[in-house]
Design a protein around this ligand. Structure first.
Ligand code: SAM
Length: 257
């Protein structure tokens, strides 16, 4: 059976039950660097997806790159349930999903230089500026991503919100050798994530970019730089906000855990 969302197939296929995997981490250990080899039962480069929603990117990447392990999290239990079920049914032993706030995950659970790639697709822009403190991309968050990445590690980020993108493109190059990537990613011409597919179906422009960790910046230097950079207090108005309102009615209000 081929599953689809908005007319685009969900990567992979449902395997017979005896080949299913167990990809849910129901409860993380107390704060401290996660033991990736213990979690996955092998030593392999780790790809982290933050705010993964229903996990489309992680499913596709894990299927295409079995030699990488994938850890993805979101604060909403319902989307992690969808993601986990699909990864289980596809027998993806190189995937784990957990319900966790991305700031806490990066700040308290991910060890220094332990990650090969960090992916962040369409972080919630919280277009009401009174909720600006909930925005994930802050100077400190970027310093935490810099710390988590191994030398040469990759950070990928995208949004359909031009105001958030203006903020991101001002800050991200401080920490990463960053380049914009205007065209769809070649591995997913119709969109890497649910939100990308949905936004494109509404005619919204997608802003994408990626960069490797700046190795001329130490962890302490990155934290010092972060302290001098502005918080994400931008105001945002436009058709992309209507889509956010529609989506949050779909998913319910976010809560941190
Ligand atoms: C616009 S959706 C994008 C989902 C997915 N990345 C995509 O592109 O389809 C934003 C997602 O971020 C999650 N989220 C919001 N704040 C978060 C946080 N602090 N930590 C982790 N996930 C968060 C939401 O629950 C939601 O699933």
């Amino acid at each position: 059976m081929i599953e689809e969302e908005f007319g685009v197939p969900i990567p992979g296929e449902i395997l017979p039950e005896e080949r299913w995997a167990r990809t849910a981490i129901k409860r993380l250990p107390p704060p401290g660097p996660l033991d990736w080899a213990g979690i996955f039962g092998r030593v392999a480069p780790v790809v982290l997806e933050l705010g993964c929603g229903n996990g489309r990117f992680t499913l596709q990447s894990a299927l295409a790159r079995p030699e990488f392990d994938h850890f993805a999290s979101d604060i909403l239990p319902v989307v992690i349930r969808y993601a986990t079920r699909r990864a289980n049914q596809r027998g993806l032993h190189n995937v784990r999903f957990a319900v966790k706030d991305a700031q806490t995950l990066m700040g308290a659970y991910v060890g220094a230089s332990s990650i090969a790639e960090v992916h962040l697709y369409h972080p919630q822009p919280y277009h009401d500026h009174r909720q600006a403190h909930l925005r994930l991309v802050t100077p400190r968050f970027l310093a935490d991503v810099h710390r988590a990445l191994a030398p040469g590690g990759l950070f990928v980020i995208q949004t359909d919100n031009p105001d958030y993108w203006a903020y991101m493109t001002r800050l991200v190059p401080v920490f990463f050798d960053f380049a914009e990537h205007p065209k769809p990613w070649p591995d997913a011409p119709e969109g890497r994530s649910r939100r990308e597919i949905l936004a494109r179906s509404r005619g919204l422009k997608i802003f994408r970019g990626q960069g490797t960790r700046r190795d001329d910046l130490s962890t302490a230097g990155a934290i010092r730089r972060a302290e001098s950079l502005p918080p994400p207090t931008f105001r945002s108005r436009g058709p992309w906000c209507d889509l956010d309102a529609w989506e949050s009615r779909d998913n319910g209000p976010p809560t941190r855990r």
